[in-house]
Design a protein around this ligand. Structure first.
Ligand SMILES: [Fe+2]
Length: 121
């Protein structure tokens, strides 16, 4: 390849990284999904795994449809002989109603906490 051939290829070489970068940005935009399941009047969210286990919480659809006037504390399922709790504010329930994902860190129990990524399934 002589100098002229090399210079003719430069525009293509400059554009390729931009294309790769734009594809990469789309991956960043993928929203968090919770894998939640719904059963009757409630839906259930699983927590992150910590110390080799997880917990789940159940949230009332009615609280999402009509957010309570004050904070609501939910207790997780028991696993390994302990539970955790999370507290959702009225604005948290409003965010869920708006289709947003909220992230809550549980209370500490057994010297660890869990994270709940919550959205309405
Ligand atoms: Fe735990």
């Amino acid at each position: 390849m002589d100098r002229r051939e090399f210079l003719n290829k430069i525009p293509g070489l400059l554009v390729l990284p931009l294309i790769i970068e734009s594809i990469g940005c789309e991956d960043d935009a993928i929203p968090l999904r919770t894998g939640g399941t719904s059963t009757g009047d409630t839906f259930t969210i699983s927590s992150s795994y910590e110390n080799g286990h997880s917990h789940s919480i159940s949230i009332q659809f009615a609280d999402v449809e009509n957010p309570p006037q004050s904070n609501k504390t939910l207790t997780s399922t028991s696993n390994g002989g302990h539970t955790h709790s999370i507290t959702l504010s009225p604005s948290d329930f409003q965010s869920l109603q708006n289709g947003e994902t909220i992230i809550k860190t549980s209370s500490s129990s057994g010297q660890h906490t869990h994270t709940f990524n919550i959205s309405v399934p």
